[in-house]
Design a protein around this ligand. Structure first.
Ligand code: GTP
Ligand code: MG
Length: 550
């Protein structure tokens, strides 16, 4: 019975801490003996729950803490945090602070973020995490899918690990003809990593590619003890989980995490099998089926909830489209400077920082150009090489907004040594999103930081690329002009007579279109202009009127 309870928790793959998410926490084992058995020893446990724990569950957690099974237990219930404290040698479960209703970090002002102190307050960031991690990669000979070389890919993985709050102590890689189906790497490498684990006190081993459930299990067995094995996908999902600021993003990430977890459920029970000396093996197998069923039920409930949230957003988007203004989407590699640019142009106050995946939720703001024309600029989640398909699928709804825009701006961090590889990775994701038909403008950002800005500017000019610095504001006028030109190319020419009682329509044409000529006539204002297709459709009856008069 207790296994059923415990399987419903979703351990975070990258940390030795076990996190119970809100809904799952309610089924924390109902006696402390059960809890002791299902929670790994000497692990930090973080219980999060929006509602207060029932008195029984609270007692279990108290016993758990007082029993000393875990190094640290932190419970956050209904805005009140409890933690284990030691006073005069006695354990005391005290109410430590009123935290208000638990909130995900909202978009913060760039200046506030500069201190970096607020990062991951939600999960106590490095204070709680800070585990020693070791990175492992494999370079497969002749694999053309890998845009980055293995060393660069591992460097990026280290950045991801740092963003997740882990402490990278080393890395290694192996060149193979094909990954080992059992352990991904060869047995010699497994042994080598095992000795590094002992030498450096490593708690987490992160693989740069997605591991199969079997590989994950075998590697955990091979490394033994409390070492947690995870892969790039789990790490990215962990970061997304920490960063999701809206309800929709949180649901999307939770869904992706559960789907990732489903085929990997078995590994959660290996330690139980070990504990019971193999006696529960058969029972474990049966239980896994029960667990999978529970998880599947939760997945379908989550999908339903997500669908209703999406319907709401769609309504909002349709309302936005009813104000016919061209929508420009900002896309690019994570950390390219998309949010910084949006902030610079609109003062949006979106979180922008030197970390990967600072933005998960799309933000749209109106940009007014010097000539009075306006467009809507949308900042969204950044891309990365080896972006797990699960993540693309989870964020498909968010990314679909890109496909609905009038223009896609591909922002590139041109100062990055791997700028070209990042461009290729972004192009790859864009291809998946079917946006080839939308006009595109490439913009090279961080020109202030580039080694040879003169050469770059020349190169850019030849290729119709705009160079900017979102930080200093350099090139932003050219950026707006280029947007205007591109939009104009994506607009359709119209001639229409707008009746005098439809002044709003005329305003729209002036606002979002490019007006060439207006003339007052008996029936209304004659206007010759270029407008987005959506508006042209709206004007269709009036255009016929022009034709009839002509
Ligand atoms: N030197 C310089 N730094 C910049 C420029 N633009 C952005 N940055 C810095 O680059 C880092 C990333 O900026 P963000 O705006 O968060 O990048 P992003 O593309 O939104 O990143 P994600 O949301 O993670 O996809 C921040 O530290 C910015 O200050 C620039 O033009 N020059
Ligand atoms: Mg951003």
């Amino acid at each position: 019975m207790w296994i059923e309870h415990a399987t419903s928790c979703v351990p975070m793959a990258t940390t030795t801490r076990v996190t119970y998410s809100f809904s799952l926490c309610s089924i924390l084992p109902s006696t402390s003996t059960q809890a002791h058995r299902c929670l790994p020893r000497h692990h930090q446990i973080l219980v999060r729950r929006a509602k207060p724990l029932s008195s029984t569950r609270l007692r279990v957690v108290k016993e758990l803490i007082e029993g000393g099974t875990s190094q640290k237990v932190e419970i956050i219930t209904d805005g009140v945090a409890f933690e284990r404290r030691e006073e005069n040698g006695l354990l005391d479960l005290g109410k430590v602070e009123e935290q208000g209703k638990e909130k995900k970090p909202k978009k913060k002002k760039v200046e506030e973020e500069a201190t970096g102190e607020d990062r991951f307050k939600l999960q106590n960031g490095k204070e709680v995490l800070g585990e020693n991690a070791y990175l492992v990669g494999v370079e497969c000979k002749g694999n053309e899918e890998d845009i980055f070389g293995i060393e660069d890919s591992l460097k990026e993985l280290a950045q991801l690990a740092d963003t997740a709050g882990l402490n990278v102590v080393g890395s290694t890689y192996q060149k193979l003809a094909a990954p080992n189906p059992r352990t991904y790497i060869g047995s010699g490498k497994v042994a080598e990593i095992k000795s590094s684990i002992h030498a450096f006190g490593i708690e987490t081993v992160i693989f740069d590619d997605e591991l199969s459930p079997g590989q994950l299990r075998n590697l955990e067995k091979a490394f033994g003890g409390d070492v947690r094995v995870c892969d790039r996908t789990a790490l990215i999902l962990d970061i997304f989980n920490q960063r999701a600021a809206t309800h929709e993003a949180a649901l999307q990430v939770r869904l992706a995490q559960m789907e990732y977890q489903l085929p990997r459920l078995t590994r959660m029970w290996t330690h139980l099998e070990r504990q019971a000396g193999g006696r529960v093996k058969g029972m474990g197998e049966k239980q896994i089926e029960v667990d999978k069923r529970i998880l599947r039920t939760q997945i379908s409930a989550l999908k339903k909830e997500l669908e209703s949230v999406r319907q709401h957003r769609k309504l909002y988007r349709n309302r936005r489209h009813s104000v016919p203004m061209p929508v420009v989407s900002l896309v690019g590699y994570t950390n390219a400077g998309k949010s910084t640019l949006l902030n610079r142009l609109t003062g949006a106050g979106v979180l922008a920082e030197d970390k990967l995946f600072a933005t998960l939720d799309p933000t749209t703001r109106r940009v007014e150009m010097k000539n009075g024309n306006e467009f809507l600029l949308t900042d969204t989640v950044g891309f990365i090489q080896k972006l797990p398909t699960m993540v693309v699928a989870a964020f498909r709804a968010t990314l679909e907004e890109i496909a609905e825009s009038s223009l896609v701006v591909h922002l590139v961090d041109i100062s990055h040594p791997l700028a070209q590889q990042q461009i290729d990775a972004v192009e790859e994701v864009l291809n998946e999103l079917d946006v080839e038909s939308i006009p595109k403008l490439t913009v090279w950002n961080k020109i202030d930081k580039a080694e040879d800005p003169l050469r770059l500017r020349k190169e850019a000019e030849a290729e119709g690329i705009v160079c900017i610095s979102a930080i200093t504001g350099d090139g932003l006028d050219q950026f707006c002009n280029a947007i205007q030109d591109k939009l104009k190319n994506s607009l359709v020419p119209i001639e229409a007579i707008v009746p005098y009682d439809q002044g709003e329509l005329l305003n729209s044409i002036h606002q979002i279109g490019m007006v060439e000529r207006t003339e007052h006539s008996e029936n209304g204002t004659f206007v010759k202009a270029h407008v987005p297709l959506r508006l042209a459709r709206k004007l269709a009856p009036l255009r016929q009127q022009v034709a009839a008069i002509a």
